[in-house]
Design a protein around this ligand. Structure first.
Ligand code: SF4
Length: 372
């Protein structure tokens, strides 16, 4: 483990980092970002909801809670074969990691959990990595997921410990932390972050980051979400998060957990191209493309690709059929795309398989694109 990674952050210093002049904050975040990561590469994640709606929990921001009339239709757990088929289609489209979400309070032993393990096994056999978010789980369940081949588990802490009861009443902050411990002890990598724009204070945002950064090991992935107000939920009428607020939280996450992937997650669709570029500059290096990544002619995905091309950002794991800026340049010089990707400035070949480090990223943070 990198001995420069800290786990003893306190509120006063984090508040000072957060509140410093904006340009100084972004400059510091970008310095650390480049020490640990490639400067112009973003991880592209796809997500499939395998069980939707009718969740017993009352998370105030969530469209899937049964407590609110958000209009989200209930859908039962998907069939194993259908999920594996979706993963296969994703793989054929160039994806190397497949994320699945189920709207549950937590994992219950039984047929549905058996089926989720079967999905993980089936997708792992394809040679893909898996990530799931299933709610709370115990140590034995975490071990079963690990045995099935699970790589990563998403479990957000959402906000500060102090503010958490204002957001959720049906489970506690400590239960979230306990699940994170079970995940870590089972040897599964952790994806955990939070949401801003829920009427929390700046201090709450700093405390949320402190909770994550002061874990015994930093989460390998830290999603930073901006609230997407959902009609029917208690947070339906909250004002939109300003991009500068989002960029400040992303920059703090980058500074406090420099080796982690910081994901610009929910709320990204409502940001302008310039605001998204600012978030990348602040240290975000992961985004969700969503399951519709795999369909052609998706306007949102096409917009993402155009933005990445404009910014000269490459996918950490290349997307099949969509040349990176380096490939496009090399093509125009008459060099074949695969040669260009291998010999190009980033040194990371298209042929890298999940789990393989290229010379460029080995020895930086110890994470390959696929692991992160
Ligand atoms: S536990 Fe998850 S799915 Fe259920 S209401 Fe909370 S955020 Fe939504």
């Amino acid at each position: 483990m990198d001995s420069s990674l800290r786990h003893d952050w306190n509120l006063a210093e984090v508040r000072e980092i957060h509140d410093q002049p904006f340009n100084d904050l972004i400059f510091r975040a970008q310095q650390l970002h480049r020490r640990y990561h490639r400067g112009n590469a973003v991880q592209l994640c796809s997500l499939l909801s395998i069980k939707t709606g009718a969740c017993s929990e009352d998370c105030g921001y969530c469209s899937q809670s049964a407590h609110y009339a958000s209009g989200t239709a209930r859908e039962a757990l998907m069939d194993v074969d259908a999920v594996v088929a979706s993963a296969r289609a994703a793989q054929e489209a160039g994806a190397s990691r497949f994320c699945m979400g189920a709207a549950w309070r937590g994992v219950k032993d039984g047929e549905e959990f058996d089926n989720v393990c079967e999905m993980i096994r089936g997708i792992t056999e394809l040679g893909m990595e898996t990530c799931v978010t299933l709610g709370m789980l115990d140590r034995g369940q975490a071990e079963r997921l690990k045995q099935a081949g699970l790589k990563a588990y998403n479990h957000n802490i959402d906000t500060s410990r102090d503010y958490y009861p204002e957001v959720v009443s049906t489970h506690s902050f400590d239960e979230r932390i306990e699940t994170l411990r079970h995940i870590r002890e089972a040897g599964i990598t952790i994806c955990s972050g939070g949401i801003i724009g829920m009427w929390e204070s700046v201090g709450d945002r700093c405390k949320m980051l402190i909770e994550l950064a002061n874990l015994p090991k930093h989460p390998e992935s830290v999603p930073v979400n901006a609230l997407v107000p959902i009609k029917g939920t208690p947070m339906a009428d909250l004002p939109a998060v300003r991009p500068f607020e989002l960029a400040r939280v992303i920059a703090c996450a980058r500074i406090m957990m420099p080796a982690s992937m910081v994901r610009l997650s929910a709320g990204r669709r409502s940001l302008s191209d310039e605001a998204q570029a600012l978030c990348f500059l602040a240290g975000a290096n992961s985004i969700f493309y969503g399951e519709r990544l795999l369909t052609t002619g998706n306007a949102e995905v096409d917009r993402d690709r155009e933005l990445m091309a404009e910014l000269g950002i490459e996918p950490l794991v290349p997307v099949a059929g969509h040349p990176t800026p380096a490939e496009r340049d090399s093509d125009s010089k008459g060099v074949c795309a695969s040669e260009a990707a291998t010999a190009g400035s980033n040194g990371e070949g298209l042929g890298n398989k999940p789990g393989q480090s290229s010379p460029a990223n080995a020895g930086t943070n110890g994470l390959t694109a696929a692991e992160a």
